[in-house]
Design a protein around this ligand. Sequence first.
Ligand SMILES: *Cc1c(COP(=O)(O)O)cnc(C)c1O
Length: 379
Amino acid sequence: MSNNSKIWLSSPHMGGSEQQFVKEAFDTNWVAPLGPNVSGFEKDLEHYIGENSQVAALSSGTGAIHLGLILLGVQAGDEVICQSMTFSASANPILYLGAIPVFVDSEPETWNICPEALEEAIKDRIAKGKKPKAIIGVHLYGMPFKIDEIKAIADAYQIPLLEDSAEALGSTYKGRKCGTFGEIGVLSFNGNKIITTSGGGALVTSKPEIKSKAVFMATQARDNAPHYQHSEIGYNYRMSNICAGIGRGQMQVLDKHVGLRRGMHQWYADFFAKIDGVTLFSEPSDDFYSNHWLSAIVIDPEKTGGKTSTDLRLALESANIESRPLWKPMHLQPIFEQYPYYGGKISQDLFENGLCLPSGSNTTEEEKNRIFAELQLFF
Ligand SMILES: *Cc1c(COP(=O)(O)O)cnc(C)c1O
């Protein structure tokens, strides 16, 4: 590898035993969307996140959100509240169902769904004649949202919470694993996530009957009959036994990789402590424990002598170091801008001044030195 090879934001990081699980799948001819790796991976996840969770391994996090909304009873014409600042995959499944997204701003501490704006949205939608069918909260970059506050509102209005924990496997709130707080939790194992199955996701629930229903829906909703009999619309969303084999290997190194990501975050914390006008995205209190999937900063150009997040991104790019703006809020996206929005400009300000920095658990010392040198030069 050349000295100037690309440093990625977040790339797959194998632990070593993944290929053994995949090989076993080939050796036993379980090359299918079911098999021992699928149930093994589900068991590993259930054991890891605890709380008597039931996990259904699926082909993507997006598919898990889609099925989750169906299982919560969302239908065409219903309204679903969604955190605006997130990846579009949190919100797209609302439209798959012909339902209507209602977007809500973030609060500045966790960058996630704001309790006040959420309650305002619920009250106003009810006043306009429609009670929202579900609330989608997201743990951005691994940072848990204000779970107690959000759950209290969801409970008070009796609206189920779908917890998009796609970025937060390994994060905890008050000692409990993210993914276990909502009526339904969602995980993602896409290539850039904290662990990967090369592509995959999971639906988390505390109820065995919801898990069986999710698996039923994810395997074409086939009724119990010798022939192909269907009384519900099904989907092809099950995880393959090959992908699940990668997942089983990744589970062996999950905690180690969370530690390495948190180490990257600490390394940035040490650097930015000396820099005026840069805030590193960090836990607001001991209740929050982020896997720090991505380390992110916000730059205040008034305190950096006019240097902006865009300037930094371009400087890093010229050194072949990847960085990326924060998620652009959904209410500012062409596909979603006609839908209702509640809140102010917190998420917009974060988007305009924020930047995600290389955070991979496989970042080498040499790469860290290159990043450090570029940051030094820039600031
Ligand atoms: C990655 C991601 C998803 C989608 O997961 P896929 O497995 O890529 O479909 C959903 N929500 C958030 C917040 C994500 O980061």
